[in-house]
Design a protein around this ligand. Structure first.
Ligand code: 5GP
Ligand code: SF4
Ligand code: MG
Length: 455
């Protein structure tokens, strides 16, 4: 998911619309914006892309110089319009809205605890739990809300970037492990907060700083104020943000995503060179890594695959029968480029292996004589509990097969993965979350991986 917020800029909802549009790659299943205007909160949300949910007339109704928004990618809680954020809560201590990226791993426990204490949940999304915890902790009108937020954040375990908007403030919070990104920018006399910095460039905002792990940044008329809700702090940014999820023009914790991928491609070549004629990347997320591999190897970087950008969610997908007749919607091999060539095919990751198998077949049908697959991340052997991959052990091909087995399965002439150490070096970092590759989860899981697999 992606979150975006604006404080102290006229037409905040319209700016949020553009911000969310720049974060569209983080979630295509739903979008929503809540604006605040002198304590009056207004909300519009719906299924689909940002451009499908909003139009000018709708945005004009979202008055005010504060707004937060969300693009949704379904993980925990499932679909349904009641699960589209931001959530809006009415309360006698003041209304508030909330948007969340990530996943709370102790949500089942907390939900039972809260329901036993009388909470009625509107959605199955675990993000709603934080709101109930805040409400519980805001029992007295004179208790500053920040104290309630600190207490609530200390009860939840997992990965999060939270935006909480009250009548006159936005609170921007990040989990103490630093798993999900969240950055602050300056726009005119106001402020913007975003899952990724690419949205700042779109709006002409200037990057100020990242929200730190375990930190709450309060944004109001007085400017920015910082408060730590936890003294336990790690810097275990999700490595998949760099590998696949984020946009190449974003900087995450000071490292540009394209630059990271390019170095990872260079290191991939150093670890696993291939005897070949050309290097081809799988559009779009693997192109940076393919460039790095090509540059390091001295082999020409070629556009051997083309992606059709116009596959909307509503587009009719070909049936199995039509697919077998060769109707492939998303990717096409460029015959005149790959014919008679030994191809190094660079991709960002293998999850189920179906994409790689299809592309290898496609390249061979287009006349490639050999296809050497190079993956710019390690074998994915474990599910993610932090809001990225929904894959279970059963679906993860590398959880059941070693690289040689995967290579046979996808029909490649050779297959190599990047090492975890190289990932750290690509980001010039000491720590990254690599749990889906190593099984070393930074948090407690509150369920055994077997239980998770049965969900
Ligand atoms: P698969 O191996 O499952 O057929 O496909 C893996 C490819 O899907 C990767 O190249 C990646 O670009 C793309 N992909 C789409 N969604 C995700 C996701 O949530 N996580 C990962 N790791 N890759 C994804
Ligand atoms: Fe990211 Fe993998 Fe960690 Fe999940 S387990 S947060 S996908 S690195
Ligand atoms: Mg891909």
């Amino acid at each position: 998911c992606g979150v975006f917020g604006v404080f102290g800029v006229p037409n905040a909802a319209s700016l949020t619309y553009y911000g969310l549009h720049a974060l569209q790659h983080r979630g295509q299943e739903g979008a929503g914006i809540v604006s605040a205007d002198d304590g009056v909160f207004r909300r519009i949300k719906g299924d689909g892309l940002v451009t499908e949910v909003f139009d000018e007339a709708k945005l004009a109704t979202l008055r005010g110089d504060m707004a937060i928004g969300h693009v949704r990618y379904t993980t925990a809680g499932g679909g349904g319009v009641e699960n589209i954020q931001p959530f809006l809560f009415r309360h006698n201590t003041g209304d508030f809205a909330m948007a969340h990226n990530g996943n709370i791993v102790n949500s089942a426990l907390l939900r039972t605890y809260l329901e036993n204490k009388g909470s009625l949940f509107q959605s199955t999304s675990d993000s709603e739990i934080l709101a109930h915890l805040i409400k519980k902790e805001t029992r007295f009108r004179d208790r500053p809300r920040i104290h309630a937020i600190v207490d609530a954040l200390n009860m939840i375990e997992g990965a999060f970037a939270f935006l909480i908007m009250t009548a006159n403030r936005i609170y921007a919070c990040r989990d103490k492990y630093g798993l999900r990104p969240l950055s602050i920018g300056r726009l005119g006399d106001g402020w913007v907060v975003s899952s990724e910095t690419c949205a700042f460039d779109v709006l002409g905002a200037e990057f100020v700083r990242d929200v730190n792990p375990g930190e709450i940044v309060t944004i109001d008329r007085q400017g920015l104020r910082s408060c730590d809700f936890s003294m336990y702090k790690r810097c275990e940014m999700c490595s998949m943000e760099y590998i696949y999820f984020a946009r190449p023009d974003s900087d995450i914790e000071g490292c540009n995503v394209h630059a990271f991928r390019k170095v990872s491609g260079r290191l991939l070549y150093e670890e696993s060179p291939a005897d070949a004629d050309i290097v081809v990347g799988v559009p779009d997320s693997s192109l940076s890594a393919a460039m790095g591999y090509a540059e390091a190897s001295g082999l020409p970087y070629e556009m051997g695959l083309i992606k059709n950008k116009y596959i909307g969610r509503t587009f009719i997908q070909p049936s199995q029968e039509l697919r077998e007749k060769g109707v492939r919607m998303k990717l096409s091999a460029v015959r005149t480029i790959v014919r008679g060539k030994r191809v190094v095919l660079v991709d960002d990751s293998i999850v189920r292996g179906t994409t790689s198998r299809r592309i290898v077949t496609m390249l061979k049908e287009a006349g490639a004589t050999e296809v050497h697959v190079r993956i710019a991340s390690p074998p994915m052997t474990n599910p993610c509990f932090y809001g990225v991959d929904t894959s279970t052990y059963d679906e993860l091909i590398s959880a059941h097969k070693d690289p040689a087995g995967v290579c046979r399965e996808i029909g490649a002439d050779s297959l190599c993965f990047l090492s975890p150490g190289a990932l750290l070096r690509a980001g010039n970092r000491r720590e990254l979350c690599m749990a889906c590759f190593t099984g070393q989860y930074p948090t407690a899981l509150y369920q055994s991986p077997d239980e998770a697999n049965r969900e």
